[in-house]
Write a protein that binds this ligand. Sequence first.
Ligand SMILES: Cc1cc2nc3c(=O)[nH]c(=O)nc-3n(C[C@H](O)[C@H](O)[C@H](O)COP(=O)(O)OP(=O)(O)OC[C@H]3O[C@@H](n4cnc5c(N)ncnc54)[C@H](O)[C@@H]3O)c2cc1C
Length: 470
Amino acid sequence: MTLQADYLVVGTGAMGMAFVDTLLTETDASIVMVDKHGKPGGHWNDAYPFVHLHQPSSFYGVNSEKLGDDAIDETGWNKGLHELASGDEVCAYFEHVMQRRFIASGRVKYFPMSEFIGDKSFKSIVTGDVQQVTAGKVVDATYMNVSVPSVKPPEYQVDSDVTCMPLNDLPKLKQAHSQYVVIGAGKTGMDACLWLLSNQVAPDAISWVMPRDSWILDRANIQPGRAGAAIGITGLAGQMHAIAESKSIDDMFDHVQENGQLLRIDDAVKPSMYRCATVTDLELQQLKRIKNVIRKGRVTRVTKGQLELAEGSVPLSEDALYIDCTADALARRPAVPVFDGDQITLQTVRFCQQVFSAAFIAHIEATYESADERNRLCTVVPHPNRATDWMRVTLAHAMNQLSWSADASLVDWLANARLDAFSQPASSVATPTAEMQDAMAKIDKYGPIALQKLRAYIDLADQLDAADMS
Ligand SMILES: Cc1cc2nc3c(=O)[nH]c(=O)nc-3n(C[C@H](O)[C@H](O)[C@H](O)COP(=O)(O)OP(=O)(O)OC[C@H]3O[C@@H](n4cnc5c(N)ncnc54)[C@H](O)[C@@H]3O)c2cc1C
């Protein structure tokens, strides 16, 4: 059977959903959506049961529909900050958007449990039937390749007489262990540690395998509304000042940390990783209680009573529970042109802002004609990985922001985009407070010097990398 549509969108994760939502608002296109999952929401369907968004619900989901109530949490380690939807809430939200908005529009045909097999065709996982779509364009909403621990076995060897589980299984625990070993120090590892601590496991009973220390974002700096805008613009001004005044890359990171824009778990260890992990100050204080941090590289093998790592081994208790938190939710994919003939590949045009990026790309698709112009406005900002990538994404983000701000209609679109956390300062400048005016003056003064410094530091980091490789 052949289906007809203007767009075939592969993937109904957050990015595919945010893209289609904007396309529905801004065009009269017809769309076929396919996904291997039985429900929209992508990796959220496989997430650990205690997962929450890492950043406020206020700017997550799709542009046209609010997620949550913009409430401020009054309890817990996110106290005082905007609410974070749980994984179940995110899944329910995307299901609602799919049923009530997409399918109800009559313009979207949705095929769950269906695998894209190339050549504009997909195969039902349930019946095995293959269908082809006569589609104007194919949208790849799978390229970012999110991976979560529950769907990916660990890459290290696990002996059959030890207990090792993805963090998804923690709430199913039936008995206590004398030691809990969290493997992985990204945001998922942090969430596993916080879950253990919140369930009264003593910090001494937790061992945390941290192959790399990380620079971390402070959630207090990423908040919606006018108050959030004031914090955002003041923070940006401080960051530009810190970069502009710095004397070296290390000095720059120290200044940015002093300015409150980056956090780290141990001030004695220089982070080598940056992957947009986001915590609150209360969460950071909890994580700092864990003193058994194993810094010996990646785990190679888990045996009874001993953990083997790339740089040595560590004796551990025989009944230790190993908790796998090693999947790569932020895969480093090579940047490809977003618009390439009849192919659109969804990627991030703002660092670590996937849903915003997908909606933005849909707006550009709907509004601009030339492929060159579209790709210029959608310059990809690949996911960061190493600490020095913080400089790369900060510069790339600033350059995109500058090219967008030269286009009045785009500025207007951004100011009204629910998913845009960063343009709120722009929309608040109509009636800025004295503090915001000071911050804007500071950005004008230090911004150009900071961007120049970032370029020089990136060149230097590239040279050091090249020397390391040779
Ligand atoms: C725990 C966690 C918390 C996060 N919190 C935030 C947050 O607070 N704010 C934020 O902005 N970001 C957050 N993120 C980042 C998050 O990854 C993105 O926001 C977003 O959910 C990624 O969606 P995606 O559509 O790119 O990928 P996915 O969710 O992976 O969706 C891709 C879809 O494509 C489908 N697919 C793949 N191949 C095929 C094929 N061949 N045929 C058919 N279907 C296919 C898959 O089944 C999947 O459903 C978080 C990530 C994690 C892991």
